[in-house]
Design a binder for this molecule. Structure first.
Ligand code: ZN
Length: 239
């Protein structure tokens, strides 16, 4: 086969493949970066835990103030009864013992509320400690996440123009190439994990490591035409 001016060489396709491989890796890295941008599941669930703990604490505080209010309320009632009892105005013994019974009832109630209040105060302490703990955890996680996002954004700002550069480079490199050769190249790239061109290593195909027939090795070295490996069908290049 006579070598024409327009004939595409394995060397040209090999150079194109270098660009395509760089483009593949930059594109998949960009996809990873985009996947990593935004809030993570861990961050969202840590924030949900903080919200839940905050809610628990505020419910306990509501309970605490309810106990305090009723303690105050019953305390006021007890004081009123006490005042009456010690005012010396009650002469009737029946009335006196009724008031005494009422006072005792109020004091018993206050005692019970006091127990509940103390238990609730304990729970408030525990809930406050819990909340502080998960808040600190969230803050740390948030710092790490922000740093991570900053890095990803910086990398994205580098990868995107790199891809643009490679696409432009690919366009200009492939512009002068033979259509048939390009189409074979594309097909092989799809079938052979992105590697359409393999280097000839002595008499071995660098793609599938098979030892090639001498005649094929000679043809590949002559580089007058595109030569494919007999086994993996990759085009062979001498570099
Ligand atoms: Zn091969």
């Amino acid at each position: 086969m006579k070598r024409s001016q327009t004939m595409t060489t394995a060397v040209e396709l090999f150079a194109l493949q270098e660009i395509d491989l760089a483009l593949d890796s930059a594109t998949s890295r960009l996809a990873e970066i985009e996947e990593g941008l935004g809030e993570t599941e861990n961050l969202i669930s840590a924030r949900a835990v903080v919200d839940e703990k905050r809610e628990q604490l505020s419910e306990l505080k509501v309970l605490q103030s309810e106990f305090e209010a009723s303690e105050e309320d019953i305390g006021a009632k007890a004081s009123a009864v006490e005042e009456k009892l010690y005012s010396g105005t009650i002469a009737n013994p029946k009335e006196l013992s009724d008031y005494q019974a009422e006072l005792k009832m109020f004091k018993d109630q206050i005692g019970r509320i006091d127990d509940d209040l103390l238990a609730t105060l304990d729970e408030v302490d525990g809930a406050e400690a819990d909340l502080a703990h998960v808040e600190a955890f969230l803050a740390t996680m948030n710092r790490v996440w922000e740093e991570d996002q900053r890095k990803l954004k910086a990398e994205k700002a580098e990868v995107e123009p790199k891809i643009e550069r490679l696409v432009a480079e690919r366009e200009s490199k492939s512009a002068g190439l033979d259509r048939g050769a390009l189409s074979l190249y594309q097909t092989l790239r799809e079938q052979r994990a992105g590697m359409a061109i393999a280097t000839l290593e002595r008499s071995m195909c660098g793609g599938c490591r098979i030892t090639l027939p001498t005649s094929l090795v000679k043809k590949a070295r002559a580089a007058n035409e595109l030569v494919q490996c007999v086994s993996c069908e990759r085009m062979l290049v001498v570099v």
